[in-house]
Design a protein around this ligand. Structure first.
Ligand SMILES: [Ca+2]
Ligand SMILES: [Ca+2]
Ligand SMILES: [Ca+2]
Ligand SMILES: [Ca+2]
Length: 439
């Protein structure tokens, strides 16, 4: 019985979501949300009354909050507030944002803001004025591709009043965090380059009851899309932002951080080095804290130290998961993996393999053989990673041990008995991982 109820409410939520998604905006198709019960019903009734019953909910396109009606206890009084976006006919293309609170008897409106734009990019809650109550950050999608408008709304302590902060700026991506180590959050906006404007990053801070630009710096103008923006530690005391972007047909990484000594925002490598960018890569592989130690790693892809192709195949690409050394402004290599992009796996190289081995991928990419290096030439075979189609005949797979099965493939390995470089089965298994392409 309980399960059925859960499934039903799930189906209702989905139908609201799908209607909100629809761009069909003729009068006959305006949304009348299915009647729900409890808090949701009261919020919907309030929206109904405010709009005269004819409206279409809009949902944020990116970020943490994706539903058309977001409920969250913003002012920490154990009662949720609600934020909803909608459009009404005849009022196109403007989008309304309603902020609502529960006064104990009924839901009331604390803010009805009308934006001239038709879509919502994202909502973010973050406290920049140190009063313990997060502000509501709302991005609207402008008519210019890749450009959004950021607006900020300040919620009163009792949650019953919401003021629009006299500040707005454009951005392609933005994030918030304590980037200057003063225990309060700043806002960091990132803009792509265009014919009218240079690509840049701007760090916005708060002082004397005002938001102001603390520092800004140039960004790579050839980047046309931000693939991944991640805040994290660069060293023990410096929070930075790591940005993976698409530029022509390659990907690269920029690292932004506030240099407290020089009192300015710095972009590695664009404003720190004229040398070629070591992070350029042809594979879409994003920066991440891959070992969960709080520091963000950047993938630097290189070939192993050997001739790049042989009769049996090509040298497998190696990802050097690197961190930025802020003193030298150089990348510091960390975990190294040989990678098979076609069949989607990594093999972390154990320390005794680094500088002593070469990995060769077969022409069909199904076999990855790691050899000991003999000078610069490949020497004896150490181990093999082999991908089989599920159901491959057992006389083929006989000498291999299974690591994992995924989709239609079985991933297997074999360690050579007389290998000149030591590895045991457990170490091999611990160092093998499938790539999570959806992450
Ligand atoms: Ca509340
Ligand atoms: Ca605040
Ligand atoms: Ca700060
Ligand atoms: Ca890490």
């Amino acid at each position: 019985m309980k399960l059925r109820a859960v499934l039903l409410s799930c189906a209702c939520a989905c139908s609201i979501f799908l209607c909100g998604c629809s761009e069909n905006f003729s009068g006959e198709n305006l949304l009348h949300p299915p009647k729900t019960t409890g808090k949701e019903a009261q919020i919907e009734e309030l929206i109904d009354r405010t709009t005269g019953g004819s409206y279409m909910l809009k949902y944020p396109q990116s970020g943490q909050y994706r539903s058309a009606i977001v409920t969250e206890d913003i002012n920490n009084d154990k009662k949720d507030e609600a934020i909803a976006f909608y459009r009404t006919e005849g009022d196109e293309p403007s989008t309304h944002m309603l902020v609502m609170y529960d006064n104990g008897r009924q839901w009331k409106i604390s803010c009805d803001y009308s934006s001239p734009y038709s879509d919502v990019d994202c909502i973010k809650l973050s406290d920049y004025d140190y009063d313990g109550i997060p502000e509501i950050f709302v991005g609207f999608v402008t008519q210019t591709g890749g450009v959004n408008e950021l607006n900020i709304f300040d919620v009163s302590k009792n949650g019953r009043k919401v003021f629009r902060v006299d500040f707005s700026t454009t951005y392609s991506a933005f994030t918030t965090g304590d980037y200057d180590q003063d225990a309060g959050s700043e806002i960091l906006t990132l803009s792509l380059g265009s014919t009218e404007a240079q690509a840049k990053a701007t760090l916005i801070d708060y002082d004397k009851k005002k938001l102001y630009t603390l520092s800004s710096c140039s960004m790579d103008g050839s980047v046309t899309k931000f693939e991944n923006v991640i805040s994290g530690l660069l060293d023990e005391s410096t929070m930075g932002v790591v940005i993976d972007g698409l530029s022509d047909n390659t990907y690269n990484t920029q690292v932004l951080y506030y240099n407290s000594d020089r009192k300015r925002l710095v972009n590695f490598p664009y404003t720190t080095s004229k040398k070629s960018n070591p992070t350029i890569r042809t594979y879409l592989i994003n920066s991440d804290d891959i070992d969960d130690d709080g520091f963000v790693e950047i993938p630097v892809i290189s070939d192993m130290n050997s001739d790049t192709s042989t009769e049996e195949g090509t040298v497998a690409p190696v990802i050097n998961w690197s961190t930025l050394n802020l003193k030298s402004n150089r990348l510091k290599e960390g975990i190294r993996c040989v990678t098979n992009f076609e069949y989607g796996y990594y093999f972390n190289l154990p320390s005794n393999f680094i500088g002593t081995t070469v990995a060769i991928l077969s022409k069909d990419n199904k076999e990855l053989k790691i050899y000991a290096l003999n000078g610069k030439q490949k020497g004896s075979l150490v181990m093999t990673l082999r991908v089989f189609d599920v159901g491959a005949s057992s006389d083929k797979t006989l000498s291999y041990s299974t690591l994992e099965s995924y989709n239609q493939y079985t991933y297997t390995y074999k360690i050579e008995e007389n290998s000149p470089i030591y590895i045991d089965s457990n170490t091999l298994k611990e160092n093998f991982a499938l790539i999570n392409f959806s992450a």
